[in-house]
Design a protein around this ligand. Structure first.
Ligand SMILES: [Zn+2]
Length: 376
């Protein structure tokens, strides 16, 4: 984890518009010594101490965004927001069509947006960082999905669309702190868009669609408001982060944070090799993913696990399969094994359990027990 007592999990204060999607510095208000020209220094992912389950879930989402979003439950100041920015910064910059508000991939014509579909190839492109967009709790629906200006559309006869946060998040990450406090209809909408990869805006007969493929990362403290079970279930993975209790870990966290604050550039340089290594691992895993086989034995074990836990529907199994496959790819393997299931089961299943009044154990303990019984 990264300890950041300087407001780590809050989006920057209520600026009307945080500007470029990638900008959102995790540490606005940091000392002037921090290099800003050419971008803000981001705490390296490989320097994050502990929080292995969260890191594993984020890496899996980076390899296969189709696993669905990641829900991070836990204490404040455990570096959730830092970890997401660190992961995005670790990924290589992406090629994007110049001038496209959705940062379309020039190499792909699939899902082209209203801006690009009218243009003929070749299109001018440039390199942009993988976006991390903060969705503030008070955001209006127009700000999130984008606003269709009906008046301009009617008087000028054009489709006047002001892209929203979903447009900026395309091909990157959408981060919602305290997702459990977000209005249900917005969470519903976000999960729909995240699942389909398309944002559709409709106003009185006008409609507009644009690509919005992103990994949804929500964080929250379950003590401050619960998510409806049917929303919980739609997040691919759910992980728990806690403030570490071991002295040695706490020392390592504080030392890392202090070293970064005092000399961000030096700290980033010292971790550059580890970051390159991790980046290569992610890219190799993405490339390998399509070749990873999921044997029947693995699917059967996944099904028995879900049956034992009484999860609703088949979403649990689907997530287990996809995450086991992504984890195998990250490991450099070509087969999703039962051991991969074992490692991912708590994150894939803990938020899908029905309440059992006869079972006082927490959901993580219940998953662990089922894993021990079923995957023995
Ligand atoms: Zn485009």
């Amino acid at each position: 984890m990264t300890l950041d007592d300087r407001n780590p999990d809050q989006p920057p204060s209520p600026a009307p518009d945080p500007g470029a999607a990638s900008e959102a510095p995790a540490r606005r208000g940091a000392p002037a010594a921090e290099p800003r020209a050419g971008g803000v220094s981001v705490f390296p992912f490989s320097a994050i101490v502990g929080q292995d389950e969260m890191k594993q879930a984020l890496l899996i989402a980076a390899v296969d965004p189709s696993v669905g979003g990641v829900l991070v439950f836990g204490d404040r100041g455990t570096g959730k927001s830092t970890a997401i920015r660190a992961l995005a910064a670790l990924l290589p910059p992406m090629r994007a069509v110049a001038g496209c508000p959705y940062a379309c991939d020039p190499a792909s014509s699939a899902g082209a947006c209203p801006h690009c579909s009218g243009q003929s190839a070749p299109r001018r492109s440039h390199r942009v960082p993988v976006p991390v967009v903060d969705l503030p709790l008070g955001a209006t629906e127009d700000r999130v999905v984008g606003a269709l200006d009906l008046e301009r559309a009617l008087t000028a006869g054009v489709k006047a669309f002001e892209p929203g946060l979903l447009a900026r998040a395309n091909r990157g990450f959408l981060y919602i702190d305290e997702v459990n406090l977000l209005e249900d209809h917005l969470v519903d909408l976000l999960l729909d868009v995240a699942a389909s990869g398309v944002n559709t805006v409709e106003r009185e007969g006008l409609s507009l669609r644009h690509p919005a493929r992103f990994v949804l990362v929500g964080s929250g403290n379950p003590e401050e408001g619960e998510l409806r079970p049917q929303l919980l279930d739609r997040f691919g993975l759910a992980v728990e982060v806690t403030t570490p209790t071991e002295i040695a870990t706490r020392i390592a966290v504080v030392r890392g944070r202090d070293a970064f604050e005092r000399d961000p550039a030096g700290f980033v340089a010292a971790h550059a090799k580890a970051e390159r290594h991790l980046q290569r691992r992610i890219l190799a895993a993405r490339e390998r993913l399509a070749r990873v086989a999921v044997p029947d034995a693995t699917l059967e074990a996944a099904a028995r696990l879900c049956l034992a836990l009484g999860t609703d529907g088949l979403r649990g199994e689907l997530t287990l399969m996809r995450t086991a496959r992504a984890l195998a790819a990250l490991d450099g393997g070509e087969i999703a094994e039962i051991d991969h299931l074992r490692r991912i089961a708590p994150a894939a299943l803990r938020h899908r359990l029905r309440r059992n009044p006869l079972d006082e154990a927490g959901s993580t303990a219940r998953v662990a027990r089922a894993v021990a019984e079923v995957l023995a």
